[in-house]
Design a binder for this molecule. Structure first.
Ligand code: CTP
Ligand code: CA
Length: 230
């Protein structure tokens, strides 16, 4: 345990964590997806359970064993993620959206496998935007006292630094905390380590030095616990 005290400071709380990457079907054998491993979300679920929480883990397409003592709900698409999360928002004290939802889905799912054309041409795939789960639950606020946490992997560009983009995303989503990963240096996907800044809608900025995903998970729960109603 990263926290030496082994505090049960989430006892009596129910939390929801989403993990992994959603997939959007294109035809019976193909999908659009992303490289999220689910490791950070699973570390968050395990850390919350170790601190005494009742944990629901909404899991999208990961190859990881179920954490002990955690209720795992398996989903595939961003639409299913929205349904699974909104089914529970009324009964949870905190939501941590560590999943990487596909932002787009094919406008049409082909019933039959898409075949190659003899003339060498490729099909155009029309995409439509998926619902934004984090923005929706933050705006709707099923419970006023709920703490809602998002994640953002940013590289910084000509429109702003990693932190500026993080602040703007936090405001746009309307969540309480945003865990910002600087991914300009390389990939975090599938990596055992993570480093981050946790931004708060209250102006807080907590820097978390490079370390295990479990260590980051515990710092995130520290920040959540600080904001939960007594
Ligand atoms: N998220 C979500 N639903 C989506 C997309 C993202 O709930 N359809 C959540 C993610 O789980 C994450 C946070 O929003 O906690 C930020 O994800 P990110 O991909 O950085 O945000 P986007 O709004 O999709 O912005 P971008 O265009 O930079 O991808
Ligand atoms: Ca996105």
């Amino acid at each position: 345990l990263a926290r030496g005290s082994g505090a049960l400071d989430l006892a009596g709380r129910h939390v929801l964590v989403s993990a992994g990457g959603t997939r959007e079907r294109l035809d019976p054998v193909r999908f659009l997806g992303n490289r999220s491993s689910g490791l950070q979300g699973y570390a968050l679920a395990r850390a919350a359970a170790a601190r005494g929480a009742e944990v629901t883990l909404v899991s999208a397409n990961v190859a990881l064993p179920d954490p002990a003592g955690v209720k795992v709900v398996r989903i595939e698409t961003t639409g299913e993620l929205l349904d699974a999360v909104t089914a529970e928002t009324g009964s949870v004290d905190a939501v941590v959206m560590a999943a990487a939802p596909a932002d787009f889905r094919p406008a049409r799912v082909s019933e039959a496998k898409i075949k190659k054309a003899a003339d060498g041409s490729a099909p155009a795939i029309e995409l439509v935007q998926n619902p934004d789960v984090l923005a929706k639950i933050s705006q709707d606020r099923a419970r006023a006292d709920q703490v809602i946490v998002g994640f953002a992997a940013e590289t910084g560009d000509d429109t702003g630094s990693v932190l500026e983009l993080g602040r703007a995303k936090l405001a746009r989503k309307g969540c309480d905390l945003l865990v910002v990963n600087d991914v300009s240096g390389g990939a975090v996907f599938g990596s055992a380590d993570n480093e981050a800044v946790i931004l708060g809608a209250d102006g807080a900025a907590v820097e978390v030095a490079r370390g295990s995903k479990s260590a980051l998970a515990h710092v995130i729960w520290d920040e959540v616990v600080r904001r939960l109603a007594p």
